[in-house]
Design a protein around this ligand. Structure first.
Ligand SMILES: Nc1ncnc2c1ncn2[C@@H]1O[C@H](COP(=O)(O)OP(=O)(O)OP(=O)(O)O)[C@@H](O)[C@H]1O
Length: 598
């Protein structure tokens, strides 16, 4: 059972480390403020009963002695202002302690939430690629923002409020019981009723909030997908379709919130009704008690004041419980991320030289969702050579590279991939990935200048080095044509560059990282044949290391030292361009087709 995840908000306790003194101070000063607030009705009671009327002073002995020393009842009657000043003193004390309480709570809360956000973000960075593929980006964003905000509200408002409310109820009841137990009991009876029905709403609200929160996650995911794919939306004239799809989800989302609001409304309404009945009961019963002489007039006034102080927190307790229910759902959604297993190194990871032979030994692989994607792959890529991979879409070419880069882990018993004889599962992940450069068919470029983009991941940032690699990727002239040259910003707030230009910038970036293993995953597909040839020629002449070239175009891979042809997850042909172009099979068919097309 130890493994069973505790998904309650209490798990956030560890994030309060180093800030707990703020929370303790916040609670202490809050207690002082509550105490000071409770003193005013006591001052009114003493003033009415023992200063204006003639009842004996019903006060702790040290206070009664103090009043006697000052001149007793007669002195106070002539100086009623002193009673007012005492009230003012407690009001000031309440104000100052409330300020200190909020200040400390804000410090503790902001510090805790900052830690939660940082931990979430860095944990997400370490989660496997497979996890990212399985989860919608919009939903992850929703969890990191909206759900974290709810935790913020919980710590900043609800937690404090909960303690305050419980404290207020206990103090009110204690004071009321000390004045008249029977009347206090009448006031108390309403509390279990309010808490009881609030518990029912706790469950209903929690359920509805989870559904509404998930719907919001879908809505965020929809917006995110639409914005990312804005080009496709425009190109296919899908604006209306996208708008309708969004409107539908938005209607569903707002419908869910209306329903949640309905439940909350009923909850609050019943709470208010019960509170009204409770107040009326105490006012009426109190009058009967005064008439019967069971309590004094001063006690009655104090009792009604304390009762109103009791009603508000009791009603709040009901609301708080339903809010807490939402917080519980949010914390569960956050811990679903934090509990996801991050990528791990072997127990004693090694960092061997990577400019060595790469070997795939009887590799089989499945993503788990469909059948086997790779079947019995046996392949050796001698160090410093170029491997060309050709194959139909979905034949498993990219999967080979994902496995090499350990974006997906090869399970035990599914074969082995080694570099220089070392199983890659034993190589430190940062070492492995730091030594393998990949350019994808649709590379992702961050919003930076050309210069910063190309030097990203390299330890050199001087313009001459950047230019050198831009030249190798045949993108130097294009960059120079922009008004701000290498300082031109690309991406969201900068210039838009074509798919082929993007590919070439990504190639320059990868070449500048100067990794001993380089993978080009169909990354010349968007450049014209002539530029493709120029890039390959400059790479052949100037770049050393092991290269894996995946392409659909024969001309891209024809100079490779070794070429494999893949079909349905198997290597169906292997050789060089010389041998394969003469052998009957897929390679020759594609070669003939592409030759006749040019
Ligand atoms: N993350 C994934 N989860 C589940 N299945 C996947 C995943 N990635 C790829 N596949 C499936 O694995 C098979 C091989 O895909 P892969 O991307 O390796 O093919 P490919 O030869 O590189 O194709 P292309 O030339 O179109 O890039 C395909 O059937 C694909 O649908």
């Amino acid at each position: 059972m130890k493994k069973e995840k505790r998904t309650t908000i209490l798990r956030f306790y560890s994030f309060t480390k180093g800030l707990r003194h703020n929370f303790v101070l916040a609670l202490l000063t809050m207690a002082i403020s509550v105490f000071a607030g409770y003193m005013t009705p006591q001052i009114i009671r003493v003033t009415v009963d023992s200063v204006i009327n003639d009842s004996p002073f019903n006060l702790p002995s040290f206070l009664a002695t103090q009043i006697e020393n000052m001149g007793g009842r007669d002195f106070l009657r002539q100086n009623l202002i002193l009673c007012a000043l005492a009230s003012l003193l407690f009001a000031v004390l309440a104000g100052i302690s409330t300020y200190l309480s909020r200040m400390n709570m804000a410090k503790g809360c902001e510090g805790t939430v900052t830690k939660i956000r940082n931990t979430l973000f860095s944990h997400i960075q370490r989660l496997p690629y497979a996890w990212h593929n399985k989860n919608q980006t919009g939903d992850i964003i929703q969890r990191c923002t909206q759900d974290v905000d709810l935790i913020h509200n919980f710590i900043n408002d609800q937690m404090m409020e909960l303690v305050r409310v419980v404290f207020l109820i206990v103090v009110s009841l204690a004071l009321m019981f000390s004045m008249n137990a029977k009347l206090a009991l009448i006031a108390f009876i309403f509390i279990p009723i309010v808490v009881g029905y609030s518990m029912i709403f706790f469950v209903i609200v929690g359920d509805r909030f989870r559904i509404a929160d998930e719907a919001e996650g879908k809505l965020t995911a929809m917006v995110q997908e639409n914005l990312t794919g804005v080009r496709v939306v425009r190109a296919f004239g899908r604006e209306r379709f996208e708008k309708d799809k969004f409107n539908k989800q938005n209607d569903l989302f707002s419908d869910l919130w209306v329903r949640l609001g309905h439940v909350m409304g009923v909850n609050w309404g019943i709470g208010d009704l019960l509170s009204g009945i409770q107040v009326l009961t105490i006012i009426a019963a109190g009058i009967v008690f005064v008439v019967d002489g069971a309590i004094t007039e001063g006690e009655y006034l104090a009792f009604v004041a304390y009762n109103s102080m009791l009603v508000w927190p009791t009603r709040s307790l009901g609301r708080l419980l339903s809010e807490l229910s939402k917080t519980g759902i949010s914390s569960k959604r956050i811990f679903e991320i934090l509990d996801a297993e991050p990528e791990k190194d072997a127990e004693t990871p090694v960092t061997p030289p990577m400019d060595r032979d790469i070997v795939f030994k009887h590799v089989n692989f499945s993503y788990g969702t469909s059948g086997e994607v790779l079947h019995d792959i046996d392949l050796k890529i001698p160090a410093g050579t170029t491997l060309g991979i050709l194959g139909s879409t979905g034949s498993g070419k990219s999967t080979l590279t994902y496995l090499l880069d350990r974006l997906y882990e090869l399970p035990e018993g599914s074969g082995e991939i080694t570099i220089g004889g070392v199983d890659i599962r034993n190589i430190a992940l940062s070492h492995l990935r730091g030594n393998i450069g990949i350019v994808l068919q649709e590379p992702f470029l961050f919003s930076k200048s050309f210069k910063d983009t190309i030097s990203d991941g390299s330890n050199r940032h001087d313009i001459e080095s950047v230019r050198k690699y831009a030249r190798l990727a045949v993108i130097d002239d294009t960059i120079d044509r922009f008004a701000e040259g290498y300082d031109t910003q690309i991406g969201e707030r900068g210039v838009t560059i074509s798919g082929g230009q993007k590919q070439r910038v990504a190639i320059a970036r990868m070449l500048m990282q100067n990794t001993p293993i380089k993978i080009f995953d169909d990354s010349l597909s968007a450049v014209d044949m002539e530029t493709d040839a120029k890039i390959r020629e400059s790479i052949n002449k100037n770049v050393r290391g092991t290269t894996i070239l995946i392409a659909h175009r024969i001309t891209t891979i024809m100079n490779a030292d070794q070429i494999i042809v893949m079909d349905k997850g198997r290597i169906v042909q292997r050789g060089t361009h010389e041998t394969l172009s003469k052998e009957d099979g897929i390679y020759k068919r594609i070669y003939d087709t592409q030759r006749s097309a040019t």
